[in-house]
Every structure is written in structure tokens, then in C-alpha cells.
Ligand binder design. Sequence first.
Ligand code: GAP
Length: 456
Amino acid sequence: MSDASGVESARPNGDSERHPLAMETLVALCASRGFIFPSSEIYGGVNGFWDYGPLGVELKNNVKAAWWQRVVRERQDVVGIDSAIICHPRTWEASGHVEHFSDPMVDCRACKKRFRADQLDEAGKCSAREGSSEHDFTEARDFNLMLQTQIGASLDATTAAYLRPETCQSIFNDFKRVREAARQKIPFGIAQIGKAFRNEITPRNFTFRSREFEQAEMEFFCHPSEREQWFEHWKEERLRFHRDLGFSPENLRTRSHGEDELAHYAKAAVDVDFRFPFGWQEIEGIHDRGDWDLSRHSEFSGKDLSVTDEVRKERYTPMVIETSVGVDRTCLALLVNAYAEETLDGGDTRTVMRFQPALAPIKAAVLPLSKKLAEPARAVHSDLQRCFNAFYDESGNIGRRYRRQDEVGTPFCVTYDFDSNEDGRVTVRERDSMEQRRVPVEGIVSYLRDRLEVAL
Ligand code: GAP
């Protein structure tokens, strides 16, 4: 079923040759340390599906919390929702997905593998043909990427439904209800984070192209005369967010879509790209969707989704500026961005994940120097645990315990030693500088909190 990681060697999109990190190294670290690994691994995995382990789920939750804070909580003009994954099937006719949401696909008659017709340069050699290594391709045909399911017990066409391929369509379905309930006036936005599903022909590059993934989307509704202005506003806002996540500027770029690349709904689009080991690739799209969605849902549902503007004395269908970021792609980019190998004084090497403290899965690890110090060290741990994700580890020598925490990006290690019983102080070691400082036990929570709460 699966080749598990789906990781490929360098691809032609950009200067992947020179990237210092091999994806295989990152994939191995993610599995061994419990960030991300193949779903149903004991059965060999299912291609395009991934599970987040104890550290991965913390990282992902921190990314989602940072996005929600920035896009919803810090603004008066954006409200949040959490809608069902399954929408009324007519939704996908109105949105254009039933008609347009497909990739051209070809099969190889010999090895039976399936490829995207627009990515045949990546198909490699055919393993099944003797005397020739070329594939024997069928004609290209359109393959709809929506995953289908059935609602209820009977299996007929009336019960067919789709797992949503993007989260935003329910925002359009809910537009009127949410605007009225939240007493919002145009311009304003509706945001949500949630799962999306696409039956990708060739899932690849670890979680980069999955069949089940999470999106964080925001649809901003505005007057037609203000669409360019809001498009620019959101482009800047989203770039500021990515910079604040800690992506190095040389690994981040924007790219405007040419006319021929635009999705069926889009009037203009800009991608935010990150430089992965497999080349420059999109992590977020900012789209001017015009009035496509609201007009189509008005038409298909028979409900008028236009608004009355009391000031302008006008009735119109709002324009939509969309920001749509992949949560999994952001996590993958953060993992790539954080990874570093260092040679220390004395020749030892360490692997360190330099996450921003606010994003780090574990904020602080409490390490008693000896198991005899477990009791007071556990008391420090439980104080910290009440405030943030703290970890306790008493096994192995202290150097090895520091390395284990470096490898998962824990910004602070708190060591309880024999002097701590005497002077009431613990040693705080900082991940990046490896500097150590004695800090009073009673002040440890606020000491760490001050250093962790550097806002994104
Ligand atoms: N509502 C607009 C929309 O869905 P998109 O460019 O198709 O636009 C937005 O998707 C984002 O969702 C992408 O920038 C990417 O981060 C994420 N995404 C899309 N397909 C994905 C996949 N197969 N696996 C992981 N993330 C994906």
C-alpha cells in the first residue's frame, strides 16, 4: 500500500541541491522521537496519511493556537467557527468542485502505477517492463480529487456525500447566519481550522502532500471597491505571521500566480513559499475569490446572500479575500527550519531543534541529578506542569538527558542537584546558548514564563 514516508530525492523546483538537510534525516527523527509517523504503521502504513505523536500534537496545537490568536482573537473584525466536515452535497456542485476539482491522471499499463499527467518528469523508470525501462502510459484522463462517502444505511446516489476538500465552503454556507449572530458588518472575516481531504494521485514528500490534512482558513468579506486594499493587507499580515514563526527570510518568498495558474474561483492569488529540502513549495495561498462563492451558493441554495450597505445605500454581493494555510505544511516547514547539527567544543556533536519557545512542544524539562532527588524535583515539575507543557526525566547521565531535550527542541532544562536542597536554587540551562544559571526554586515558574511568553 504505502512506501511509508513517500520522501523523494531532490526535485527540480528550486535550488534543492544545496539544502543542508536531507529529508530522510528529518523523517527518521520525526518517527523516532514521536513527532510524526505513518498512520497504521503496524499494517505498513496508508500512503498519504500520517499520525502525530506526543511531540507532534503539541507542535501542531501550538501552531494552531498562534494562528487563532493572530487571526481571530487579536482582531475585532474576524470571528471563528468550527463546522462539520460533511456539508450538504449541493455545496460541492455550487463551489465548482464536482466539475473542476480534478488532476489529469495516467496509468502505466505495465507496472500499474498511477501518475499525475503534469508531473511525468517525476515518474522514474518502469520496474515491470523487460528490455525497456520506459513506462507504457495510458491517455490522460481527469480524476476528481474529492473523497466520497455515504450518509446513513442505504447505498444509493441520494446518500452520497464528500469529505470536504477545503474548509472554507462551510464558511460561505454559514455566512448569513454568522454575520447576523455575531452582529458583524462588511468588511469582516470568518475563520476556521479543520481537516480537509483530497484523494491526491501521488501523495509525497512526507506530510507535504497528504490525503488528509488540516487547513487554517479565513474568508474576509468586503465591498468590491476595497478588494485590492484588503488583498494587500492580508498578504502583509500573513507574511508577518510566517516571519514571526521564526522562518528565516532567505527561506520564505511570495509568488504571484499567472493567469493560466489561477484556480477556477480565483481572480488573483499569491503563494507564500518555503524552501524545503525538495525545493521551494507553497505553504499558504492568499486568494481574491471575488463574489464567486457567495453568488454560486445564492444560486444553488435559493437563499439571497447579498448584503445591504446602509451607508452606501447599496445592495451587493461581497467580495472575498481568502487566506488559506496548511497546518501540516507549516509544521513540516517549522521542523525543517528548526533542525541544526552542531559540533561542540571537545568535538562532540549535537542535534538541536531551534523552535521558537512559544512553538516548542515541551517548554521545560526537569532533570534531577540523582534519583535520590526525585521527590523535590517532582515537586518543581508539578509546579511547572500547571503552567505549560513540562517534562520529567531522571534516567541516564545528565549530558545525555540534555541531548535528548535538545533533539526535541526543549528551550529550558531545569536541573535539581544536591546543592538545591541547601540553597533552594536549581540550574536552568538554555537550549541554544547552553548557558547555565542558578535560579531560586520559588521564582522558577515566573523566570521561565517571562522567557517563554515572548509573543509570536
Ligand atoms: N480554500 C483554498 C484552498 O484550499 P489550496 O491552495 O488548494 O487552497 C491551501 O490549499 C493550503 O492547504 C495549501 O497552501 C497547503 O498548505 C494546504 N494543502 C493543500 N493541499 C494539501 C495536501 N494535499 N496536503 C497537505 N496540505 C495541503
